[in-house]
Ligand binder design. Structure first.
Ligand SMILES: *[C@@H]1O[C@H](CO)[C@@H](O)[C@H](O)[C@H]1NC(C)=O
Ligand SMILES: *[C@@H]1O[C@H](CO)[C@@H](O)[C@H](O)[C@H]1NC(C)=O
Ligand SMILES: *[C@@H]1O[C@H](CO)[C@@H](O)[C@H](O)[C@H]1NC(C)=O
Ligand SMILES: *[C@@H]1O[C@H](CO)[C@@H](O)[C@H](O)[C@H]1NC(C)=O
Ligand SMILES: *[C@@H]1O[C@H](CO)[C@@H](O)[C@H](O)[C@H]1NC(C)=O
Ligand SMILES: *[C@@H]1O[C@H](CO)[C@@H](O)[C@H](O)[C@H]1NC(C)=O
Ligand SMILES: *[C@@H]1O[C@H](CO)[C@@H](O)[C@H](O)[C@H]1NC(C)=O
Ligand SMILES: *[C@@H]1O[C@H](CO)[C@@H](O)[C@H](O)[C@H]1NC(C)=O
Ligand SMILES: *[C@@H]1O[C@H](CO)[C@@H](O)[C@H](O)[C@H]1NC(C)=O
Ligand SMILES: *[C@@H]1O[C@H](CO)[C@@H](O)[C@H](O)[C@H]1NC(C)=O
Ligand SMILES: *[C@@H]1O[C@H](CO)[C@@H](O)[C@H](O)[C@H]1NC(C)=O
Ligand SMILES: *[C@@H]1O[C@H](CO)[C@@H](O)[C@H](O)[C@H]1NC(C)=O
Length: 631
């Protein structure tokens, strides 16, 4: 009676039952529903519409499936699409899958699959092959196109493929996307790859490829995105970019490229993004901004460019993000930068620049400037306090490690959108002004390692971003490193995105005196609170237990007295804590995270506590009383 209840071909039904027997959990319809013999009704299955009941698509992406793949999948000989991406399937791919004559799309990305890819593959209808983000190893399956001439997409990124980048992909005449990033490939790009006239995306980043980038790359005339970053490429970048008229994105950071930016690249009208950070490029930086009408993002940080900053950069009318940090430029910010209207993100750290007054006077005219990083320049100059300076849209200002003299600049108070301010490692003096507490969006403040005096302004306890508001960083910042923390390892504390910064107040290593305000307990959103090496006095307010997000609290090397409030045991995220070198007395709390802090967190006080500095009779009984009181 019911054709519909048994449309599923018995051959496929058997194969699918065996397939699902190896996986958990079972998706809807697959096991015990009333239609359990009609596989065409099961979640993720599509059968052919011409009533043969053959399964043509099996799509169970993102279904939390775990287990193994069954050899029986090879029996689904009419299947066109096999998509099991984003699950937890492990072990190797059964050989039978590599012989499915009708398979067009194979997507097994983002699983825990492992092992090698067989040397014999016969998937004549294959168009898209995605095994990325697994644990495959062995040599790169560059023979995939030998029997699969229709292939357009090959994605093998984020695996453990190793050994030489072998030839073979040259047979994929229709190939458009080749993604091999984050493997362990060695050698150079094989010659036959340059046959691929239709290739528009080539991603071979984060491998160990070496040698120079071949001039033959010019044959890839459809390229839109070329990512060779984080490899060991060396030599000069070939001057062939006039033959890549579609190229929008060129990423080559962290290689050993030398020489300058080739003329054809510096004249590219199609290029949107150029990232050659962390190479050994040198000479004067010359870009033809009349030609580069699409350039939006330029990252040439950490190279050896020298001479003056290019005056014509503002003529790149779309240029928004510029990182020229860690080069050996010298001189001043050019006057022409007053007209840099598109500039939004600008980093010039460690570039031997002089005259901060002039630099700020010029850059204030950049109407769209939101992020300015000037660390390690202007050595020993005075930070201008010119009340006519005005940075309306500024969200991020980092001028650290400059040994600047002067005081907190009043002009900053008009930057109402400020989110992040780092003026650490300068020689600023005077009081921290109370208007600092008025910034509605400020969530990261580092004024450490200066010579500020006076009390901590009470207004800091009202910073809206740290008390109530959700920190919202609406625009994604470009993937540029902001700065590296002094004395910390390179990658560990290099923040690339504003939202990567933990909500912080760092005022350590100054000459601040007076109390730690009770009201600091209101800063529920604060993660790092560092007041070390000042002359703060009074007691530690028990209300600090209100800083419920706190991960690090450093009050060491001050003149604090009284006891450590037991309430601090409630700070369940606290992983770094120090009150060493103060005049504290009494009993060290022993609950919560306090069990994990080392003795050095408490040293040089008059503290005592179980297991560490043994308490005398008197204090021990005080501890017991205290506990009783609290329970
Ligand atoms: C199928 O099995 C699941 C769990 O094994 C159960 O929750 C569900 O009620 C069953 N459905 C039918 C129709 O029996
Ligand atoms: C199976 O699919 C048919 C239509 O293809 C539908 O009418 C029927 O309700 C489905 N049965 C179940 C149990 O989902
Ligand atoms: C049904 O469709 C499949 C694939 O689309 C085809 O191979 C097969 O010949 C068709 N069968 C009939 C009876 O039309
Ligand atoms: C596979 O399925 C996922 C959804 O689970 C989808 O995002 C992805 O685009 C599919 N892959 C292909 C190649 O269509
Ligand atoms: C191509 O397919 C044939 C037939 O199945 C097979 O013998 C051969 O090994 C395949 N070649 C490659 C390079 O996978
Ligand atoms: C691949 O990894 C497996 C373990 O997952 C290991 O046994 C095997 O030797 C590796 N093969 C190669 C070629 O590295
Ligand atoms: C890898 O390629 C290099 C040249 O790029 C060659 O010297 C070396 O012998 C190759 N290694 C293997 C294992 O094929
Ligand atoms: C690149 O293109 C030129 C001219 O079309 C051709 O002579 C050369 O063989 C090509 N190189 C490769 C490696 O395909
Ligand atoms: C810069 O490149 C070197 C290799 O040339 C690499 O070891 C280092 O990690 C890179 N540094 C950064 C910050 O990317
Ligand atoms: C800069 O580009 C413009 C527009 O493409 C071109 O006319 C001019 O000759 C180029 N200048 C140089 C020095 O290459
Ligand atoms: C300045 O920023 C605004 C808003 O983000 C944008 O619409 C405008 O095009 C930018 N101006 C320039 C010259 O890029
Ligand atoms: C600043 O640049 C110099 C030379 O370019 C380099 O040696 C030094 O390590 C850099 N300092 C920092 C903190 O990046």
């Amino acid at each position: 009676e019911s054709q519909t209840t048994s449309r599923c071909h018995p051959h496929d039904l058997e194969a699918l039952r065996d397939f699902i027997a190896h996986l958990e959990p079972k998706p809807d319809g697959w096991i015990n529903s009333s239609s359990s013999t009609d596989c065409c009704n099961w979640t993720g299955i599509t059968c052919n519409s011409n009533n043969t009941g053959r399964v043509i698509r099996l799509e169970l992406g993102n279904k939390k499936l775990s287990g193994k793949l069954s050899e029986s999948l090879g029996k689904l000989d009419e299947i066109r699409v096999l998509n099991l991406s984003r699950n937890f399937i492990k072990d190797s791919i059964p050989l039978s899958i590599f012989n499915l004559k009708n398979l067009q799309t194979l997507d097994l990305s983002s699983n825990d699959l492992s092992g090698g890819i067989p040397t014999s593959i016969n998937l004549p209808a294959l168009q898209s092959f995605d095994l990325s983000s697994n644990k495959f190893n062995g040599s790169l399956p560059s023979h995939i196109c030998h029997n699969s001439t229709q292939i357009r997409v090959v994605k093998l990124a984020v695996n453990y493929f190793a050994g030489n980048f072998t030839s073979g992909f040259g047979k994929c005449v229709l190939l458009e996307h080749l993604c091999l990033g984050m493997n362990d490939l060695t050698g150079n790009i094989p010659e036959d790859l340059f046959h691929l006239k239709r290739l528009n995306l080539l991603g071979i980043q984060e491998n160990r490829l070496s040698g120079s980038l071949s001039r033959e790359i010019r044959n890839l005339s459809s390229l839109v995105r070329l990512d060779v970053s984080w490899n060991l490429f060396s030599g000069e970048i070939p001057d062939v970019f006039d033959e890549l008229p579609q190229l929008k994105f060129f990423l080559g950071q962290t290689n050993g490229f030398i020489g300058g930016i080739p003329k054809s690249l510096a004249n590219s009208p199609s290029l949107n993004l150029l990232n050659l950070r962390n190479n050994s490029l040198s000479g004067r930086l010359m870009l033809n901004c009349t030609a580069m009408i699409a350039l939006n993002s330029l990252d040439l940080g950490t190279n050896r460019f020298n001479g003056r900053l290019p005056e014509n950069l503002p003529d790149c009318k779309r240029l928004k993000n510029v990182n020229l940090a860690r080069n050996t430029f010298h001189g001043q910010v050019p006057e022409s930068f007053k007209n840099f209207e598109s500039l939004s993100y600008f980093s010039l750290s460690n570039s031997s620049l002089a005259n901060i007054s002039s630099a700020l006077g010029i850059l204030q005219h950049c109407k769209n400037l939101t992020t300015l990083v000037l660390t390690l320049n202007f050595h020993g100059e005075a930070l201008p306090d010119d009340s006519s300076l005005h940075f309306e849209k500024l969200k991020v200002l980092v001028v650290a490690n400059c040994r600047l003299t002067g005081s907190m600049p009043r002009w900053l108070s008009s930057s109402n959108e400020l989110q992040l301010l780092d003026l650490s490692w300068n020689r600023l003096t005077g009081a921290i002004p109370s208007w600092i507490g008025d910034f509605k969006a400020l969530f990261y403040l580092d004024l450490s390692n200066n010579s500020f005096t006076g009390e901590i302004p009470k207004s800091l306890t009202k910073l809206e971003s740290l008390t109530s508001r959700n920190i919202s960083v609406n625009e994604p910042s470009p993937d540029f490193p902001f700065f590296m923390k002094r004395n910390e390892s390179a990658r560990a504390l290099q923040y690339n995105q504003i939202f990567g910064f933990p909500p912080t107040i760092e005022l350590g290593h100054n000459n601040l005196s007076g109390p730690i305000w009770e009201e600091f307990g209101n800063l529920k959103k604060l993660h790092v609170f560092d007041l070390k090496w000042n002359a703060l006095s009074g007691s530690i307010p028990s209300s600090l237990s209100g800083m419920t997000s706190l991960e690090a609290l450093d009050l060491s090397n001050n003149r604090l007295s009284g006891s450590i409030p037991v309430s601090l045991q409630q700070l369940s995220f606290l992983s770094k804590f120090s009150v060493a070198y103060n005049n504290l007395s009494g009993v060290i709390p022993s609950g919560g995270q306090f069990q994990t802090f080392p003795n050095s967190s408490f040293e040089s006080n008059h503290l005592c506590g179980e297991h560490r500095f043994p308490c005398s009779e008197g204090t021990e009984s005080a501890l017991i009383k205290h506990h009783h009181h609290h329970h």
